[in-house]
Design a protein around this ligand. Sequence first.
Ligand code: GLN
Length: 531
Amino acid sequence: MTENNELIRSSAATLAGKLAAREVSAVEVTQAHLDRIAAVDGKVHAFLHVNTDEALAVAAEVDAIRAAGGPAAQELHALAGVPIAVKDLIVTVGQPTTAGSKILEGWHSPYDATVVKRLRAAKMPILGKTNLDEFAMGSSTEHSAFGPTHNPWDLDRIPGGSGGGSAAAVAAFEAPLALGTDTGGSIRQPGAVTGTVGVKPTYGGVSRYGAIAMASSLDQIGPVSRTVLDSALLHQVIGGHDPHDSTSLPDPLEDLVAAASIGNVHGMRIGIIKELHGEGYQTGVENRFNESLELLKSAGAEIVEVSCPNFKYALGAYYLIMPSEASSNLAKFDGVRYGLRVLPEDGPMTIERVMGATRAAGFGDEVKRRIILGTYALSAGYYDAYYGSAQKVRTLIQRDFDAAFAKADVLISPTAPTTAFKLGEKLNDPLAMYLNDVATIPANMAGVPGLSLPGGLADEDGLPVGVQLLAPARQDARLYRVGAVLESLLEAQWGGPLLDRAPSLTEPSPGTPSLADPALNDTVASHGGSH
Ligand code: GLN
């Protein structure tokens, strides 16, 4: 298996430039990534499905259009021919969508998500569908019914979650770009622990039509990439109004690519959130965070401190609102309409008993835990005490953000309190798992946009640390502006991209007999059992 190192290590922006200049063909670029997937995904397990034939066909179409020249070639999108991976919570025609659950095994969506339609309109080859915690519930991708994804920095560690597959695919150079979904941090936290960039856009800024709903008032689709500019490029493809999503904002999309190219933060006020660092954060995370503050200060930004006293209730309120909405959203997986159907072993064959048997066999433990929690929180007598109070906390969090944004243009915090932990370490301790989202959840509760970018490696363990930027709703452009400046300052300090320091994954390691997994192509790969 030959690997084209230069192509797989290029950013999407670089690939777009090479494709436009016809220095390389879209088929070559796509094939290089498919080869990389074949070479390393047996170890990483970022993909649940690889879409070889269709990806190559789209790439060939782009090459044919470019070769013919004329207006059709002129009209090609800048990212035409740049391949992308899609989180398997987002529905696609022609490929399976599992949501990481046995309950959807074998199901094919009859329609494309709006974001997928937009990728197709831009003629970006879709490499396949990436692994996730079942129905996006988790922070480690260990709750996938198809086995965990491994962190490319250390294969014994988690890649974050729920979008660990998308983050690991991009970190392992299997894809230059990916789509994720973020309900409480599932784009940003995997970005932090894999050394990649992840953006949760403003709520309503990217259509949710075709993202299997987890908690509809919190869910948001967004970009995953290796550079801030690449996320801006992808955000520009998927963002903007969609009549199919009733919560989609009517505003025209800002020029995010231009924002990522401004190149200065002079006079910008950057607010440190007092409640989101310090106690409970790993020393190496805190050190890298402080370095980023120094760099921004040296670039002319003004660093201020803000306090968001109600953020301490965010996690508790989230774990009432999120399960409440999920318990309702997941009621449709009933053994009648989608995927799996399990018949009761004995006794009468009633519809309720078929639903019960299907849901018992089809859902994993974490999904069941949240359905039970949500159903309880919404039940008569408890609704006001739990769900009602949580909604009030949500308003208080929004007010904290309003007050903070009166003092600062952008807020900053570590993305996650620790670096990647070991697989299995928190699997049987749901509360420890939930704590990973302490810094990412407030943004979802208020609908504001957030971006995580690599801030360096922690001193203790040499693993990536994430820095999170937050902006007021509809001001996503500010994240790209500050993010791009901070990224370039950090890279100058490191002498190149952080991911250059990650293991190659193709050096033979003792006890690893085979690198390629031929069974992966065009099948739903089922590694390991369910949890
Ligand atoms: N880890 C969080 C949870 O388990 C966030 C999930 C997400 O953003 N999809 O709910």
